[in-house]
Ligand binder design. Structure first.
Ligand SMILES: [Mg+2]
Length: 271
């Protein structure tokens, strides 16, 4: 019965198509914060340790997701590149002030950061009172870290409020885990996600976002509004729909997806 056999083949093809649809790598784009999400937080930003296999896992994920994988970080893109060598990933750096996709810089921070230089100088002087606290100058943003001087946290948060108020309307304060950062008011990880989603390889895909800190809530809001999958890494209260306990769990899940395409991303995060 040739006719029946042909029908069987058609059924097989239909099954194949169903299989394609069940593979979430065609429907989603992956956005990953770096510190506290892919790598454990260290006493200072320079001291984070990138697990040996991580760059290769991210590269494999990029192939799996058709190129739609990006890092979204408060760090400069150049710093991410150094940590993840030899690979260059799409990225939103400096909370979205820098955006790179397909090897092309789409956005760079404005060059005039003179007001910030003055603020950094005055901040350094004031920090002498709190040994262990230090300034991280990222040229277009400045952060003060007090992980090594936890007793200084409340006072330093006040100092940063005062400095950002002095800078005027173009600047805002971003608080985080034992860190406060002054950045241009329009710097926003949600904007970075939106800008990347408008790029060709990302277009039409739903965002999956992994983050761990307050600055990630801007991205999580956008991801939730677009019907994506938002994941908070760690115990912090968050608007994210899903939670993973720590960066180790995030790395393990990503390694699994690199090895075998996820059929149902949300189910993997629930189970
Ligand atoms: Mg983080």
């Amino acid at each position: 019965m040739t006719g029946d056999r042909r029908d069987d083949r058609r059924d097989d093809r239909r099954d194949d198509r169903r299989d394609d649809r069940r593979d979430d790598t065609c429907a989603y784009a992956l956005f990953l914060d770096f510190d506290g999400t892919l790598v454990d937080i260290a006493p200072t930003p320079e001291e984070v340790v990138v697990e040996a296999g991580l760059p290769t896992i991210l590269d494999a994920l990029r192939s799996r997701f058709g190129g739609a994988v990006a890092l979204v970080s408060g760090r400069r893109i150049a710093a991410l590149d150094a940590f993840l060598a030899p690979f260059l990933f799409d990225a939103g750096g400096l909370h979205g002030l820098e955006i790179r996709a397909g090897g092309r810089m789409l956005e760079r921070p404005a060059l005039d950061s003179a007001p910030l230089r003055a603020a950094a100088t005055s901040l350094r002087k004031r920090l002498l009172a709190w040994p262990g606290a230090f300034v991280e100058d990222k040229e277009h943003t400045i952060a003060v870290h007090w992980r090594l001087a936890p007793q200084a946290g409340a006072a330093l948060a006040d100092v940063m409020e005062e400095i950002v108020a002095g800078l005027g309307a173009g600047w805002r304060l971003q608080n985080g885990k034992a860190v406060a950062e002054i950045l241009p008011a329009h710097a926003d990880k949600g904007r970075a996600v939106e800008a990347l989603l408008a790029q060709e390889v990302y277009r039409g895909r739903k965002p999956v976002f992994f983050g761990d800190d307050m600055t990630d809530e801007d991205a999580i809001r956008i991801v939730n509004a677009r019907g994506g999958v938002s994941v908070n890494v760690g115990p912090r209260p968050s608007a994210a729909a899903f939670r993973l306990p720590d960066p180790r769990a995030a790395r393990a899940l990503l390694a699994r997806w690199a090895q075998e395409a996820p059929r149902d991303i949300a189910a993997d995060l629930t189970g």
